[in-house]
Design a protein around this ligand. Structure first.
Ligand code: IPE
Ligand code: MG
Length: 215
């Protein structure tokens, strides 16, 4: 979900106003994916690297995400949406961790769209912690399926389509292991401007790609 800062700058607004606008796009996108029958939506909300931004911006983004996750639980419940938080929770204080876990727990038996929020997420960090957990568990003959089981995304399918907004053409540590065969879609549209038509356009292009998985 890239381009919030630039969206705000273009309007001479503070960066946090961009994140606020971005959170509205996020809510609409969840809704659209739900209606379009998408099984899993993962949003990259905050990376482990984003912790290095200035304190005020980090605080602003996290406040918006926490508020969303807690405030929308009843609505997500009504829509039968399941929630998974993907990320390194050790960065958060006890209270925030508990609140996030509680939201996940309340929604865990839902059977509709699975909404994954990558929060304090980094692909390399995820693989690193999986390696440590695999060693600690004394796993032998580690195959690809074993690695997948130790990632935050355990039990979820690999992504088919990865969309990056905001014009950058890089993956910035997002779902490194899981995206091995994902189709990438890059658009210059800034995240706050990414509406349902933009989403449908990305899905339509995805539909035209030929996936051979190296065969
Ligand atoms: C994406 O928007 C939101 C997060 C990384 C949390 P940016 O904040 O990266 O916006 P730009 O790239 O500066 O426009
Ligand atoms: Mg950016």
């Amino acid at each position: 979900m890239d381009g919030n800062g630039r969206w705000a700058s273009k309007r001479a607004l503070p960066r946090t106003a961009g994140h606020k606008a971005g959170s509205e796009t996020f809510v609409k996108t969840v809704d659209a994916c739900d209606r379009l029958g998408i099984e899993v939506l993962t949003v990259y909300a905050f990376s482990t690297e984003n912790w290095q931004r200035d304190k005020e911006e980090v605080g602003g983004i996290l406040k918006i995400m926490h508020a969303y996750i807690i405030k929308y639980v009843p609505e997500l419940m009504k829509k039968n949406i399941r929630l998974r938080i993907l990320g390194d929770m050790s960065y958060f204080d006890e209270e925030s961790r508990k609140a996030l876990e509680e939201s996940e727990r309340k929604l865990q038996n839902n059977t509709g769209l699975t909404l994954c929020v990558a929060l304090s997420y980094g692909g390399r960090n995820e693989i690193r912690q999986a390696v440590n957990a695999i060693i600690a568990a004394g796993e032998k003959d580690v195959d690809e399926e074993t690695v997948s089981r130790y990632l935050y995304t355990a039990g979820l399918p690999d992504p088919d389509l990865v969309i990056r907004t905001g014009g950058e053409k890089r993956i910035s540590n997002f779902l490194l292991w899981q995206s091995a065969y994902a189709e990438y879609y890059f658009t210059d549209t800034l995240w706050p401007d990414f509406d349902e038509d933009c989403l449908k356009e990305a899905i339509a292009e995805f539909g035209n790609r030929k996936r051979r998985y190296g065969k």
